[in-house]
Design a protein around this ligand. Structure first.
Ligand code: CP3
Length: 352
């Protein structure tokens, strides 16, 4: 597919259109965040984390910080997947050092308290950040918008926060599939609206984060991960065919092939557990570009571990459409020099 002229310099978009580039484009999941001193400085003078997400000038500033420092091929909108439950009227707080806390939604009565009346007003604030960023970014730097996949967002909504086993959502889905299905349905619709608004505001690529896709057995994976994602992708492709979509079904192992075939994504994020040969065969099918999958822990460790893993990815994925990235988000204790080394190595300026 031909790219529009103003985006033809984007190496990320070229890769998502099926080209194998040397060097591959690079960006890192959660590239704006606490490992950057300039992020911590902005964060220290803002009130709540959600306020940062809903203040376009500040959200745009922190989105640009990693671009200024490292010149990544893509910027990812600074926001959070939990903006959607917040916009649906669920109480969402980010507790310092503890992560998100939500008022749990586990029954029909809880569901009845949610509604879509205010979502567009809240989404519009995030989209103002997108519009500012598209103005401020160079043409060659793609802007990635995102949302959480319905399953993953539902796990936070039902649990009231993060959990090791996503127990509340899994039990709800088994005990009352119709009721849980209504929550997922609400999230599919809100996510389609949200992503479409981001595309209209200037996002070049959209990523769907499914952090907990791996906690379901095959049949439930089909129902709660693949099918809702397929519907979101189909709706977005109909409205914005020029905006490619990257799915990130974390922890699904060999089911990743089915995810790609059935959801229709143009790019697939691979977690650290997917081996390079499997990534190569996925990308070699010509159907999808692969993204990933350096271990975030190796980026903290640096040295030989980082060097060897970086080389293995560059060599193993040469000649297929590959977006260099981590297998999960960058961790707060990551040394900034290790990120600088990685970007230089991927771009071929540091010989090992
Ligand atoms: O740079 C970027 O990638 C853009 C911004 C972004 C954030 N969260 C900012 C953030 C993105 C894309 C996310 C996605 C996200 N948020 C996911 C999916 C990806 C993944 O990592 O699995 C999930 C599960 C969430 C929910 C969430 N938000 C959690 C569990 C936490 C607490 C844990 C943590 O990392 O702090 C957050 C808070 C959050 N989201 C922070 C940032 C920078 C840290 C909060 C702070 O600065 O005080």
């Amino acid at each position: 597919m031909a790219l529009p002229a103003e985006r033809s310099q984007s190496r990320l978009l070229q890769t998502l259109a099926g080209q194998a580039l040397t060097p591959p484009p690079i960006w890192l999941m959660r590239q704006a965040g606490r490992y950057l001193p300039e992020y911590r400085a902005v964060r220290a003078r803002t009130g709540s984390f959600l306020e940062l997400c809903y203040t376009p000038a500040l959200a745009a500033e922190v989105t640009l910080q990693p671009i200024r420092r490292y010149g990544f091929d893509a910027a990812i909108l600074f926001s959070d997947i939990l903006v959607v439950p917040d916009a649906l009227g669920q109480r969402v707080d980010f507790v310092e050092g503890e992560g998100p806390r939500l008022e749990p939604v586990r029954s029909q009565a809880d569901l009845a308290r949610l509604n879509g009346d205010a979502t567009r007003t809240k989404f519009a604030r995030v989209c103002e950040t997108v519009a500012r960023l598209r103005q401020d970014l160079p043409n060659g730097t793609a802007l990635i918008g995102f949302c959480g996949a319905p399953w993953t967002v539902a796990t936070y909504m039902a649990e009231g926060g993060g959990s090791p086993d996503q127990r509340a959502a899994r039990l709800w889905a088994y005990r009352d599939p119709a009721g849980f299905g209504r929550l997922v349905e609400m999230l599919v619709e809100a996510s389609i609206d949200y992503l479409a608004m981001q595309a209209e505001a200037g996002a070049d690529v959209l990523q769907i984060f499914d952090t907990w896709a791996g906690s379901l057995p095959p049949r439930e994976f089909e129902t709660w991960v693949v099918e809702p994602t397929r519907r979101i992708v189909a709706a977005l492709r109909a409205k914005h065919p020029q905006v490619p979509i990257i799915g990130f079904p974390r922890g699904v192992g060999r089911k990743i092939g089915r995810y790609v075939a059935e959801t229709g994504v143009q790019g697939v994020g691979c977690d650290t557990g997917i081996d390079v040969e499997h990534m190569r065969s996925l990308a070699g099918s010509g159907q999808v570009a692969v993204q990933g999958n350096l271990d975030p822990m190796a980026l903290i460790a640096g040295g030989e571990a980082l060097r060897a893993q970086t080389e293995a990815l560059l060599e193993g994925l040469a000649g297929v459409p590959h977006i260099f990235n981590l297998g999960h988000g960058i961790l707060p204790e990551t040394p900034v020099e290790h990120v600088a080394w990685l970007v230089e190595r991927v771009r071929g300026q540091t010989r090992s």
